[in-house]
Design a protein around this ligand. Structure first.
Ligand SMILES: C[S@@+](CC[C@H](N)C(=O)[O-])C[C@H]1O[C@@H](n2cnc3c(N)ncnc32)[C@H](O)[C@@H]1O
Length: 328
């Protein structure tokens, strides 16, 4: 998954796919200016709580559209940095005038507002399978006798996989497949080092470990999309299709707490956006109907409003995170 998405030349994201175009990944929240408006309100709130100036760190900036929307809606000018491992997407972000970087290690600890939309679900995962009697094997990628990719079960590559399941009191049934994202830990740790103080906010899809690893997901949640169609085969058109897996909120929150963050959420996206005051959004076109349509699409409980959740990690001592209390 790591190579298929992020190999420097052949990886799906490394090539800079046109998010939202017919042969690219699905459009995300990022395409709606109203979403950027709401994030800007969260940043204004953080500025009041932490002080001016703030550094804004956007994780996984995609096309750069969200960065542009947020900046255009901010009350004050802050340093805005986008972190993205994809050379192709960084090029797009730079073209839009954003300061895009590849490596977080270059950033020093500072008052920071961190935001990532659909980034955690794009981190590579390990796949494991229950064998009964609490035994678990890992499913490796191998080549079959025809030289085609296939899955090959074998011993776990690292005890961390078993430790994660044990820590979450998960016992996989015989033949039950599950994804485990170990990269969550290093990723959140690297963010923890540069946020002093600050809020770290993720919008993503996922669930608690007890739901994610229940019988409802006997085949795991790894999904592949080619030209915006789900193809049910992670080995099809490798490097040309998107791969994603649901985020384990339990693991993310546990790791965040270990690092020293206070954890808030998950809250449904719709509730969070309404609490931030998205209803006051007015687009540049002056077309109130289309503004309201954007707001509805993002907040509707039967749609994106409940498909995505918001996780907030804050450094100790800061007021409750933005968007957790209803707008006055
Ligand atoms: C599904 S796309 C979402 C892009 C954008 N946030 C949006 O909502 O349109 C996932 C993004 O996360 C980036 N990404 C993957 N791993 C990352 C990492 N370790 N640090 C920062 N960004 C990462 C990808 O390159 C890509 O830009």
């Amino acid at each position: 998954m790591s190579a298929a998405l992020y190999d420097e030349t052949m990886g799906f994201y490394a090539k800079g796919p046109k998010i939202g175009s017919p042969d690219g990944p699905f459009d995300t929240n990022a395409r709606f200016q109203a979403f950027g408006y709401a994030i800007a309100q969260a940043i204004n709130y953080a500025e009041k709580a932490i002080g001016f100036p703030l550094r804004i760190l956007e994780l996984g900036g995609g096309t750069g559209q969200l960065g542009n929307s947020i900046i255009s809606c901010l009350e004050n000018t802050h340093e805005y940095v986008v972190l993205d491992p994809s050379p192709g997407l960084r090029a797009n972000q730079k073209q839009r005038g954003l300061h895009a970087i590849q490596n977080i290690d270059r950033l020093s600890p500072r008052p920071t507002f961190v935001f990532g939309n659909e980034v955690l679900d794009a981190l590579p995962v390990h796949r494991v399978m229950g064998m009964g009697h609490k035994e678990v094997v890992e499913l490796y990628v191998d080549l079959d006798e025809n030289g085609e990719f296939c899955e090959q079960p074998s011993f776990l590559s690292t005890v961390e996989l078993a430790d994660r399941l044990k820590g979450e009191r998960v016992q996989l049934g015989r033949g039950q497949v599950a994804e485990i994202c170990l990269e969550l830990k290093t990723f959140l740790q690297s963010i923890g080092k540069v946020v002093e103080p600050g809020y770290v906010i993720f919008v993503d899809y996922g669930d608690s470990a007890s739901n994610l690893y229940s019988h409802r997901h006997r085949n795991g949640t790894l999904r592949s999309y080619y030209h915006q169609q789900q193809v049910y085969d992670p080995f099809f058109a490798v490097g040309q299709q998107d791969l994603t897996a649901d985020v384990d909120y339990t693991a993310a929150c546990f790791i965040a707490e270990e690092i020293g963050f206070e954890v808030e959420g998950p809250v449904p996206q719709g509730t969070w956006l309404r609490n931030l005051g998205i209803q006051a959004y007015k687009g540049s076109t002056g077309d109130r109907e289309s503004d309201q349509e954007e707001i509805d699409v993002l907040t509707r409980p039967a749609g994106l409003g409940s498909a995505f959740d918001v996780l907030i990690f804050k450094t100790k001592g800061l007021p409750v995170g933005p968007g957790l209390q209803p707008a006055p």
